[in-house]
Ligand binder design. Structure first.
Ligand code: AMP
Ligand code: MN
Ligand code: MN
Ligand code: MN
Length: 287
């Protein structure tokens, strides 16, 4: 089976509607697709309807902004209860942090000689509840300052760039706990990608598994080279947790992340479904 467990729609910083994304998943020959918008479940209802129509299997997911020792770590939540109050309240807090960051970033950009207004960013965000740096990048592109998103990150918006501003993110251990309490499965996205590699050494990943019940981490992702993938695959095997693969598709937002460019094995997907069932049963047991 062709299984791609981590993609984005325009409900966060992707460029396809959830419906269009499901159609493209079918065209790309995917059997299973995970929709994991940043800090929101808002795209899932539309995605379910479209997935049923085109005949792909949707795995409901969300990519939560977490932090560990001051570094950004992205946590994928699979199958979490989208009505869980504690998790929803935390997502509101994260999205408020995104809102509060916006004027500070725009002030820095103005100082750097490339002003854009909140309205111009809002025009790029549309109805999405999650305002991201990629939307600010799109506004800079619309102004003609740079040709594409990537260039806006390289020049101004990257974590070490001159217009970077921190925002609130959930402590990683708390994030894992919240996802589990909501009956979800917790998988770290691109652990050895930019930023998080500095704080997620193998021993730290092992500790998160043994002490916090982390369910797995992404192995096959464009942020990882071949030797990193081999090492992460061995580690997931030794720890008996999920080692997944994904495109992290963002539509036109990330040109080198085509749907299905990395895949999850049938075995890892079966193990994910098992963990999703167990997590949901545990949640029901507690309620
Ligand atoms: P935010 O969550 O708003 O801080 O923005 C982070 C998002 O921007 C990520 O989910 C990526 O989609 C994108 N992104 C982060 N860093 C880069 C980069 N260096 N180049 C291009 N896109 C990036
Ligand atoms: Mn993104
Ligand atoms: Mn991510
Ligand atoms: Mn992502």
């Amino acid at each position: 089976m062709r299984i791609d467990l981590h993609t984005h729609s325009n409900v966060s910083d992707g460029t396809d509607t959830p419906s269009a994304l499901m159609g493209k998943a079918r065209e790309a020959g995917l059997d299973v697709i995970g929709l994991a918008d940043h800090d929101t479940f808002a795209g899932l209802a539309e995605a379910y309807a479209a997935a049923a129509e085109v005949g792909v299997e949707l795995v409901p997911a969300m990519e939560m902004s977490c932090e560990l020792r001051g570094r950004s770590v992205h946590l994928l939540a699979y199958g979490a209860d989208v009505g869980d109050e504690a998790l929803l309240a935390e997502l509101v807090r994260i999205r408020e942090g995104r809102d509060q960051r916006l004027p500070k970033v725009l002030a820095k950009l103005a100082e750097l000689g490339v002003p854009v207004s909140e309205e111009e960013v809002a025009a790029q965000v549309g109805d999405a509840p999650s305002i991201g740096r990629p939307h600010i990048a799109d506004a800079l592109v619309a102004r003609g300052y740079v040709p594409n998103r990537d260039e806006a990150f390289v020049r101004w918006l990257a974590d070490d760039g001159p217009a970077y501003v921190e925002r609130y993110a959930t402590e990683l251990a708390t994030g894992i706990e919240l996802v589990h309490a909501a009956g979800g499965v917790a998988v770290i996205a691109h652990p050895w990608g930019r930023g998080s590699i500095a704080v997620l050494e193998s021993e730290v990943l092992e500790g998160l598994v043994t002490e916090h019940g982390l369910d797995g981490f992404e192995v096959d992702h464009n942020d990882h080279d071949q030797s990193q993938r081999a090492e992460l695959r061995r580690l997931a095997g030794r720890l008996e947790v999920l080692g997944t693969g994904s495109s992290d598709y963002h539509g036109l937002g990330k040109q080198d992340h085509a749907l299905g460019c990395n895949l999850t094995s049938d075995e890892a997907y079966a193990a994910l479904r098992e963990r999703m069932n167990r997590a949901r049963m545990d949640q029901l047991d507690r309620s």
